[in-house]
Design a protein around this ligand. Structure first.
Ligand SMILES: *Cc1c(COP(=O)(O)O)cnc(C)c1O
Length: 802
């Protein structure tokens, strides 16, 4: 497609054109720019994010073609088209691109299972067809056009998923995907807010299939049958299936007059449904029972998340061993690029499948990507990638097979390693080799949830209000610099820590955001200049110490002044302000970055009067200080609960803490926050206990009958407090809660699993979705803050990203 064609296609107006250009790639996020020419950047105005702020960044990365909604300032060697709205323009371009291809396209929608069905279908069909599919769960108004744009002549089939959250959206997605075969996975309560009823939701989703030749659905959902009958064209053939008979994993599925006898690899209801949708799709495509069975036998569970794990020798390993397509590689490389906590970066990469590109093109593109993302070392594994070894400009080693690589003397040290390979390369063996395995308990931190929570609070602020995120206490237990790094990426304005050590740790791991230190001891003043740290000053004594320390020096580190307005912790009192002002007037080099105070009861409506009074006092006191300065420092007062309850006190900045980690202290909007931390462990041993025997130290637990207990490697030294012992605490195994029995030991806990089918190695959730940290806090009469920050450093942290 040529740039000039866009004018007609997107109903826009070319406002600047130097010379026509061939468009090869559509990009809405400058992080995904991988090639140097032929990129068309769509500046989209979103809720938390305005693409127009990134046009210069895109230009710097070599982009010369732009679709914008408003005037932007750019150098003159660019092509710009102005449209009313960029997202619909992108959709029109994708829809046009789709119209160029006549091979079959499978469209998948439904409440759950879309991504799994899509991935499994691809797994079942890729031995025969070259398939183009949505990367990950790219199924939105933005994800669908980007997915469809990947279609090329060299593919034989497309599989795309579509997801909607309100009325009217499916119609647009239908125009882009235009599926020939449809799969309606199921209908349920997920994302109900945008619809008036389940039936209305089903009707809306069914629009994806309005011109399909055939649509597959399960008879278990009457709403779907109803919706399809009313929505699709009379020529569309509806293919309903149902389970006729099942014995364990052996299932007979009935499709009209046909029966398939199949043995499934998975037994949970969701996987059974997903597998059967795929089996029926193969049947509809003309495959016989034998082939369907042999393809079902190859299915492996779909892991859709990137996981960053702590690895040996102070390294990290990013585990992305499930598939290896170009888009997935771009996403993974971008994730790697965003990790600043180590500067050295290595990529272990297998051959790539089904990219639709010729070998030399494909690998020169990967070479570009590696160079753009500043990768230090490439390890290529596979015959294909080895055969083009001369094309790479990055330092590289090559191996024909995973086994050959594992037999080498490969080592890592202070680096981040991305492991990305197609399934049959079994790269999980490499991850296993690199992973740090000191302890069977891990705290899993979900980066996406963290981002969601950040955006939730950001949306509450006036646009000019800045945000400081409190990452004290190891980021509330989540892990300092990994979380700080994510926050830096999302451009928060400030970080707050309690002690200088915490700030040094951040600086040594690639964090360059401004940092405020709340409790700077005088023996740590010496670090402030070198590491560019900003201390809080809370008393006259401390301030004088500080000024004396830097006496005679050119410059003094900037400070933040804490005022005492009712918390009665740290801060200048009203009667100290006069003296404070004198010092500030005298020491002109002393630069006050901000003035702040802290609300003592912002979460509790009973303290409303008090909080309002604190706010008024803060206003008066800060004005008194500001009157002494010839510039205007920032002012801030509110923590998480204050952000929500006292909008009038946002001033110039807010300080977000616990809300980021998924707790709403006000409780009113808990549902909009997502759980960030999941503490998991594994059963070390299962044993049977006879009636009357005692369990653990102090012989606190006694078996009242014959019992079965499980030992898990987590104890009070890991932060699982002794108070959880003797049945007070519960953990979850396969969704079932089991109580502790006996006292909690330093490194171990015993669980009563008499009524649960378990074996050693089984996963145990200490907290997460269920039970929640809040449950734990309630059981022992404390607050979530304490549960979180107690998790000891020896518990390995793993960072996951959807
Ligand atoms: C910890 C802290 C916060 C954050 O409080 P949350 O209740 O976790 O939001 C804000 N301000 C100061 C001064 C803090 O110490």
């Amino acid at each position: 497609m040529k740039f000039h064609e866009l004018e007609g296609l997107c109903k826009g107006k070319i406002t600047h054109q130097v010379k026509d250009a061939e468009i090869k790639e559509l990009v809405t996020d400058t992080r995904n720019i991988s090639i140097r020419s032929g990129v068309l950047f769509f500046a989209i105005e979103g809720i938390n994010h305005d693409g127009h702020a990134f046009v210069q960044d895109a230009y710097d990365k070599g982009v010369r073609c732009f679709v914008v909604e408003k005037e932007v300032r750019l150098p003159s060697d660019v092509n710009v088209i102005e449209v009313r709205q960029s997202l619909p323009a992108l959709q029109l371009v994708a829809a046009y691109h789709r119209s160029l291809f006549t091979y079959p396209v499978i469209g998948v929608t439904g409440s759950n299972g879309k991504t799994i069905v899509k991935e499994w279908l691809a797994q079942m069909l890729d031995y025969k067809f070259s398939i183009v599919k949505s990367p990950k769960s790219y199924n939105s108004q933005l994800g669908v056009p980007l997915s469809v744009w990947q279609m090329t002549e060299s593919h034989h089939m497309g599989i795309f998923e579509a997801g909607i959250s309100e009325s009217g959206e499916m119609e647009r997605l239908e125009k882009i995907i235009r599926p020939t075969l449809g799969i309606f996975t199921n209908i349920g309560e997920a994302h109900n807010a945008g619809f008036s009823s389940l039936q209305q939701k089903a009707d809306e989703k069914a629009r994806l299939f309005k011109d399909c030749k055939k649509v597959i659905y399960s008879q278990a959902y009457p709403e779907i049958a109803q919706a399809l009958k009313e929505t699709v064209s009379p020529e569309t053939e509806l293919v309903a299936w149902k389970i006729d008979d099942s014995k364990g994993n052996q299932i007979t599925v009935q499709i009209g007059h046909h029966f398939l006898n199949l043995k499934l690899r998975f037994s949970d209801p969701a996987s059974v449904e997903n597998s059967l949708h795929c089996a029926v799709a193969l049947h509809v495509l003309g495959f016989g029972q034998e082939v369907i069975q042999s393809r079902l036998d190859t299915l492996s569970s779909v892991k859709m998340r990137l996981e960053m794990k702590q690895a040996v020798n102070r390294s990290y390993v990013i585990d992305d061993t499930y598939n290896n397509d170009l888009y997935g590689l771009e996403v993974a490389l971008d994730f790697l690029h965003r990790q600043n906590q180590k500067t050295k970066k290595t990529v272990i990469l297998s051959d790539l499948y089904q990219t639709g590109l010729a070998l030399p093109d494909l690998y020169s593109r990967i070479d570009d990507l590696l160079r753009n993302q500043q990768i230090h070392r490439l390890i290529g594994i596979g015959k294909e990638i080895s055969s083009v070894r001369d094309q790479f400009h990055t330092e590289a080693e090559f191996y024909d097979t995973t086994a050959a690589f594992l037999a080498s003397d490969f080592a890592v040290q202070d680096e981040i390693v991305l492991v990305k390979g197609a399934r049959d390369f079994e790269f999980e063996r490499i991850v296993e080799r690199l992973e740090y395995k000191a302890h069977g308990t891990i705290l899993e931190i979900n980066m996406e949830s963290l981002t969601n929570n950040l955006n939730h609070y950001r949306a509450k602020l006036r646009p000019e209000v800045k945000i400081m995120v409190m990452v004290k206490a190891f980021a509330y237990g989540g892990g300092n610099f990994e979380i700080a790094n994510l926050l830096q990426f999302h451009k928060v304005d400030y970080l707050g820590v309690a002690y200088t050590d915490e700030a040094l740790e951040l600086r040594k791991n690639g964090i360059h955001l401004p940092i405020m230190i709340m409790n700077p001891s005088s023996d740590s003043f010496r670090f402030f200049k070198e590491y560019n740290l900003e201390p809080e000053m809370y008393s006259l004594e401390q301030l004088i110490d500080f000024v004396d320390y830097f006496e005679g020096e050119e410059a003094i580190p900037a400070i933040h002044i804490k005022l005492e307005t009712g918390m009665n912790r740290l801060g200048f009192k009203e009667n100290e302000l006069k003296r404070l002002v004198e010092i500030l007037k005298l020491k002109k080099k002393l630069k006050v970055k901000s003035i702040f105070s802290h609300l003592a009861g912002s979460e509790d409506p009973r303290h409303k009067e008090f909080s309002l009074q604190q706010g008024r006092r803060f206003e008066e006191m800060s004005e008194e200080v500001m009157a002494a300065l010839w510039y205007k420092p920032m002012r801030h007062l509110t923590n998480t609960a204050g952000i929500e309850n006292y909008k009038q006190f946002h001033f110039d900045m807010v300080r977000l803490g616990i809300g980021l980690y998924g707790f709403d202290p006000v409780k009113s909007e808990e549902k909009k926050l997502q759980i960030v931390g999941t503490l998991k462990t594994h059963i070390s041993q299962v044993k049977n206990i006879k009636e009357g025997e005692s369990i653990g130290y102090g012989r606190m637990g006694f078996a009242e009958k014959n019992m079965k207990i499980a030992v898990v490697p987590i104890g009070y030294a890991d932060g699982y407090l002794r108070a959880f012992g003797n049945g007070v605490g519960k953990m979850s195994i396969k969704g079932q809660w089991v109580p502790t029995i006996g006292n909690i030991c330093m490194d171990m806990t015993m669980l009563d699993v008499t009524d649960v089918k378990v074996q050693s190695g089984e996963e145990v959730v200490v907290f997460g979705d269920s039970p929640t940290i809040k449950d734990l806090a309630t059981w022992i009469g404390t607050i979530p803050y304490e549960i979180l920050t107690n998790i000891s450093q020896r518990v390995k942290r793993t960072y996951v990203s959807d």
